[in-house]
Design a protein around this ligand. Structure first.
Ligand code: FAD
Length: 293
């Protein structure tokens, strides 16, 4: 792993930002303030998540449709196949196509809460690779898929998981976006393994700025992301000090992205959590500057 760069002479990276569809009017306003702040950075695309089991279908669609109509941004709609028939999923995809949306982040989704193992819908797309193939039959979508540097929690092995990623690419996906991670070395080794498996499309690191350490620790345990001890030490004692936590979060994320950049990574996907401040700072540190006009 190369060290932190001494100068920022590197070209500005390609960025994408991820949002989630708002549940209330107040959250809607927060999201749109975030979008307007980040828009001048001219990201390659912005994506909008799909609630567990498709629970935000309408809200995701509404947010994506508004992005098409009211902004200069290129939206990507997340779409999962869990708990739905192929016809239902195809219908959602067709609506996107008709609304002018040409980029889908194709995912399987998680088993519903309370169910220990994932069971495909009897008439559904069983896995994300099947969904990718199905979407390609509907329209020539640009398709991104999920990748797991620390292996998907239910995968039978790391190799099986890489083989699965390869199947998604072979089915028509042209980009993988990773689960968030904190260990740069783990990500770089994952790139090596993906390349060895014949995966040559961009694998874009998903960067999560950590402003609420306690929450991230809990969530990471569920999604299989290792939270290094040094992070616990950095956030220790800041439970009731949101302001300092945010500064520490910015420092942690800045170091992570600069280290990745120094190791040749030139594309980043930022999990904004619908807040612009940390994402804007990270993008700025990476070299992004607002477009004039
Ligand atoms: P898949 O690629 O289908 O893989 C899931 C698991 O099944 C893996 O362990 C894989 O190895 C295994 N597998 C694949 N094929 C087979 C097979 N034929 N037989 C047996 N096992 C197999 N979730 C949401 O609900 N909404 C979102 O908007 C959302 N966005 C996300 C964005 C990103 C960038 C990431 C990384 C994740 C996102 N998720 C989202 C979470 C995702 O839905 C879960 O991680 C889910 O458990 C796996 O989805 P996948 O698309 O990776 O599934």
């Amino acid at each position: 792993v190369a060290g932190l760069p001494q100068s920022m002479a590197m070209p500005a990276p390609a960025l994408s930002f991820e949002f989630f569809p708002p549940r209330t009017e107040a959250l809607e306003q927060q999201l749109w303030a975030c979008i307007r702040r980040l828009e001048p950075l001219a990201p390659r695309f912005v994506s909008v998540t799909y609630g567990a089991g498709g629970t935000t279908q309408e809200r995701t669609h509404a947010t994506v449709a508004r992005l098409v109509k009211e902004t200069s941004l290129t939206p990507a709609a997340h779409l999962t196949c869990v708990g739905a028939s192929r016809d239902e999923v195809d219908e959602v995809a067709r609506r996107y196509w008709d609304a002018g949306v040409r980029h889908i982040v194709a995912l399987r989704g998680d088993a519903p809460t309370g169910e220990e193992t994932y069971t495909p819908h009897p008439e559904g797309y069983a896995y994300a690779a099947d969904l990718v193939a199905g979407l390609k039959r509907i329209g020539d979508f640009e398709i991104s898929v999920a990748a797991y540097p620390e292996t998907h929690p239910t995968a039978t092995s790391a190799q099986h998981d890489i083989d699965n990623l390869k199947r998604k690419i072979d089915a028509g996906a042209t980009r993988a976006i990773t689960q968030y991670f904190f260990d740069t070395e783990v990500f770089l080794r994952f790139l090596d393994r993906a390349l060895a498996a014949g995966i040559t499309v961009p694998i874009v690191p998903g960067i999560l700025p950590v402003s609420n350490f306690k929450q991230v620790k809990k969530f990471s345990a569920m999604c299989g992301t290792n939270v290094p001890d040094w992070m616990g030490t950095l956030f220790d004692g800041l439970e009731d000090d949101a302001e300092t936590r945010k500064m520490v979060a910015a420092a942690v994320a800045a170091e992570q992205v600069r280290l990745l950049q120094a190791n040749g990574v030139d594309e980043f996907h930022l999990y904004t959590l619908n807040r612009a401040d940390l994402s804007y700072a990270i993008a700025h540190i990476l070299g992004a500057r607002p477009r004039k006009g």
